[in-house]
Design a protein around this ligand. Structure first.
Ligand SMILES: Cc1cc2nc3c(=O)[nH]c(=O)nc-3n(C[C@H](O)[C@H](O)[C@H](O)COP(=O)(O)O)c2cc1C
Ligand code: SF4
Ligand code: FES
Length: 615
């Protein structure tokens, strides 16, 4: 609509230009308002262009803001505000938007004016398993030992290597089983690599059913299954067959229905934490109008969880094939893979292997885009992840609408955890009974437990659903670590609560832990010994939640901070803590705030002697 009809007919052409259409007026106001505030300088614009490329005719894609911020942050080891101004200009978005996104993510260092970036950043994981393995000592002693104020040593939340604790990241390279010496030598060396070579290794995940995965116990990886090897062993035949059948006008529906039925019969549930039925989710999204998209969750931020990385480092194509099968069955034309920033080696693997798949596709491929997280646990929450893929702050959305209806870019979205898709090929090829034939104590299926803490052999254990923690320790972990006896355990990472050794016989699975105020989540099991305290574990978790709260709801933002303060008192103020617990559970938008009270309540219930209560 224009304003021309309101323009008096006698006005001169100059006046007409001055008034113009509504759109023209808007554009003039926009241009004028953009002149306010700091202007981009030519040098910064050139530097930004060198990294993100020249502006395409249609303009830069808004959703790529975080990708572009990474390019600048990698190149300059920080984000100078002059670069943020230049990026805003190049992307034609407001400086406020760029700034709010850049400051939301922990891995972006925004530096004002002429401030200098550290020449090197060392991140020492202070997650629970690393803390138990000596992270605080590393944090205390490294700065003096390094003797260089320009080398920055900071604490970081769990980096997904808890079986190799303590874990440290020097720039982008992990130092596992870190000691002062190995970190110092990594700092001096320029050749620390995080990229396992690929070769003729043929990793077959199902061979590890009811076993520990090899090569996670400090033994170097021999390599991963690359594209050629995967195909040579029958890989992608399933995706090609299903793609063919689904595309067939007459049988397409039947084939999609058959595969969905396999998922339902196998009992496979989402392995990212919530445990929603996979078959049902596929059916729900398939019933939504096209175009539909998929978002793959490899954020793996739940402290204690590292299973996705362990599989991805060995066998990326089994997951990619699962993703292809899901996309064909659900009718999806674009897949966005969101990988946590800490997994630099996995990113290199995925970039290489997706390129090979695209160069020699076994069937028509959907659009596949790999996106890089930026150090924010909350982006593992499905709607926050979608915001992040759209290039925004990772703030969870209010539901309804659910993402299956209105998700990424406003489209119906199928979101899955990496491991959920990883099992699709085996389930279809071996039949649903293969998966459901495993299980103990009345439970069905296999679970990839990430076990860390005080056990002899931590790592990923592909054990039957329903196994108890005692069985897991005895049969899969070689028993407790020397000098330790089971005192307590966390069955589901930071969010899943804490149980005492006396409950070592509870089946571990979805739905079995609720009566105890706990849940299995992503099956991250952290074992505490008699020298550890449950209250220290709970405090570690609460500090983590405080650090990672997106700040959107007051009960979560203020509640986690206040609870972390109260939990440091020798004797806990249980009345005030329970008040906070209740408001966090009742009034938080997402699972972070709702689950944050779990460790507190566990300590109050099972370990009152530690917090000034009766022994
Ligand atoms: C605070 C929070 C963090 C989460 N982090 C992850 C994560 O790192 N990886 C993951 O797969 N799911 C995570 N989830 C669960 C996702 O929201 C979602 O349920 C899952 O990706 C769906 O995939 P699935 O059905 O295959 O499990 C998280 C949930 C919450 C509330
Ligand atoms: S509960 Fe916490 S993390 Fe979740 S939306 Fe609210 S403030 Fe953000
Ligand atoms: S890597 Fe340190 S706790 Fe997970």
């Amino acid at each position: 609509m224009t304003m021309r009809s309101n323009t008096p007919s006698h006005t001169s052409s100059t006046t007409a230009v001055t008034l113009g259409s509504v759109d023209e007026m808007r554009e003039r106001i926009r241009r004028k308002s953009k002149l306010k505030g700091r202007q981009a300088d030519e040098i910064s614009i050139d530097e930004v262009r060198a990294l993100i490329g020249l502006r395409p005719d249609a303009g830069h894609r808004r959703d790529l803001l975080i990708e572009h911020l990474h390019k600048v942050n990698d190149a300059y080891r920080c984000l100078h505000d002059r670069h943020l101004v230049a990026l805003a200009k190049e992307m034609n978005i407001s400086m406020a938007e760029v700034y709010e996104v850049a400051t939301f993510y922990h891995h972006f260092d925004v530096i004002k004016g002429d401030g200098k970036a550290p020449i090197l950043t060392i991140r020492v994981c202070d997650g629970l398993s690393c803390e138990m393995a000596g992270a605080q000592d590393l944090l205390a002693r490294l700065p003096a030992l390094l003797g260089n104020p320009e080398v920055r040593v900071i604490a970081a939340p769990c980096i997904g290597r808890c079986e190799q604790a303590p874990a440290v990241v020097v720039h982008q390279y992990p130092v596992t089983f870190a000691t002062l010496e190995t970190v110092m030598s990594a700092v001096k060396s320029s050749s620390v690599q995080d990229i396992p070579g690929h070769g003729a290794v043929n990793f077959v995940a199902s061979d590890f059913a009811e076993k520990s995965l090899s090569g996670v116990d400090g033994v170097a990886l021999s390599g991963y299954t690359g594209y050629a090897t995967y195909r040579a062993h029958g890989g992608y035949a399933l995706a090609a067959t299903i793609a063919d059948a689904v595309a067939h006008a007459a049988h397409g529906e039947d084939e999609a229905e058959r595969i969905i039925k396999v998922m339902e019969d196998s009992g496979l549930r989402g392995l990212g934490g919530a445990g929603f039925s996979v078959g049902r989710k596929w059916r729900i999204v398939r019933d939504q109008p096209a175009p539909r998209v998929m978002a793959v969750n490899i954020d793996e931020g739940e402290p204690g969880t590292f299973k996705d990385r362990v599989y991805l480092e060995r066998d990326p194509h089994r997951f990619l094939e699962g993703m292809l099968v899901a996309s064909k069955v659900v009718g999806i034309d674009a897949c966005y893979i969101y990988l946590r920033d800490e997994y630099h080696g996995c990113r290199a693997i995925l970039e290489t292997e997706i390129a090979k798949l695209q160069a020699d596709p076994p069937c028509t491929l959907p659009l596949i885009e790999l996106r890089r997280g930026a150090g924010a646990y909350i982006c593992g929450e499905e709607s926050a992840m979608i915001e992040s893929i759209e290039g925004k702050r990772g703030m969870p959305r209010l539901r309804p609408p659910y993402i299956a209806e209105v998700g990424l870019f406003g489209r119906p979205t199928l979101e899955h955890n990496f491991e959920t898709l990883y099992w699709v090929r085996d389930l279809v090829e071996k039949g649903p009974q293969w998966f459901s034939s495993f299980g103990r104590n009345g439970r069905k299926g296999l679970r990839s437990f990430s076990v860390s803490g005080r056990v002899k052999h931590p790592g990923v254990k592909l054990a039957p659903a329903g196994i108890t923690v005692q069985e897991l320790i005895d049969e899969y972990c070689g028993g407790m670590a020397a000098g330790h006896a089971l005192y307590a355990y966390l069955p589901g990472g930071a969010s899943g609560g804490i149980l005492p050794a006396s409950l070592n016989n509870v089946p571990l699975d979805f739905d079995t832990l609720q009566p105890y105020g706990c849940f299995i989540g992503s099956a991250a099991v952290i074992i505490l010994g008699q020298h550890d305290r449950a209250r220290d574990a709970a405090l570690n978790m609460m500090k983590f939640f405080e650090h990672e709260s997106c700040g959107q709801c007051t009960p979560c933002r203020v509640g986690t901070a206040k609870a972390a303060r109260l939990m440091q008192a020798e004797r806990w103020d249980n009345v005030t803590l329970e008040d906070l617990n209740q408001v966090m559970v009742d009034a938080s938008i997402c699972g972070l705030g709702q689950a944050a009270p779990n460790p507190v309540r566990s300590v109050q219930k099972y370990f009152p002697h530690e917090i000034g209560g009766p022994v």
